[in-house]
Design a protein around this ligand. Sequence first.
Ligand code: XMP
Length: 326
Amino acid sequence: MDNNKRPENMERITTPALAEQFIQEQVKEIKAQVGDKKVLLALSGGVDSSVVAALLIRAIGQQLVCVHVNHGLLRKGEPEQVVEVFRNQMKANLIYVDAVDRFLDKLQGVAEPEQKRKIIGAEFIRVFEEEARKQEGIRFLAQGTIYPDILESGPVKAHHNVGGLPEDLQFELVEPLRLLYKDEVRVVGDALGLPAGMVYRQPFPGPGLGVRCLGAITRDRLEAVRESDAILREEFAKNGLEGKVWQYFTLIPDFKSVGVRDNKRADEWPVIIRAVNTKDAMTATVEDVPFALLQHITNRIVNEVKGVNRVCYDLTPKPTGTIEWE
Ligand code: XMP
């Protein structure tokens, strides 16, 4: 039997009872696979890695070693939430790596988008590798591979996390979600007691805010992206748009324009808001956000976010725009 092929008669996990049944089966399977050995997991705090972590904690507790790399490009509150949920609440064995300076130093002055992505990806592997080498007795690597990853990557396993580790760190894989679709992963996450904000979060690119701080990343502009994004998310949540709009975020281009602050002309950045709906991210339409809400968000951003004097709403569907700007 092909372990990576979803059986035709496999029931779709749509209810808490079906999720519980899946969890119990997986706990048994994981225990049988892992025995008393240790398992390493790169825990980003995204849906897939969070659900894998919660499942493995249920199955093998302290034999799981989670590594959370804070690369400085996460959204406001995300690293704190990972620590709170996994270390404080679920009592997981969690290693938190503050790699913010490392990443931002490496990215300094780099403006080309693909180069930025490469640096972020390569540095992530390096940090993870260093942490893996500090651990003794690791025999397995857990990954949040889900069924669409397998379908998209064909015979080559290419899930976003930690492909690219060197030869001597090629552990046996533990991929308990590999036959599930995203909606099923969320039902399982709910059943495992993860917070809704984690289970139902919108997609977030691996390079994070790095692709939303356009051009060469600077710390002050990155902070402005993070703060404006937090305001947008807060207002969307308050106004019933969270969970309704597929993806929404802010970005800041690498130029300033003149405005007026404290009765003086002042050069500051514009913030651009993007809010789109899509089924498969290949095409996308723009959310019809109420104008009054856009005005309210604009007021908050220009008053609360340092260095920002304008807010624009991107009205472009995909195509011709992409969802991200770089
Ligand atoms: P685009 O901008 O191509 O985005 O319309 C489509 C979807 O993919 C996400 N995206 C990425 N995800 N690494 C990721 O993991 C990336 O480099 C990346 N670039 C874009 C984007 O957020 C959207 O959901």
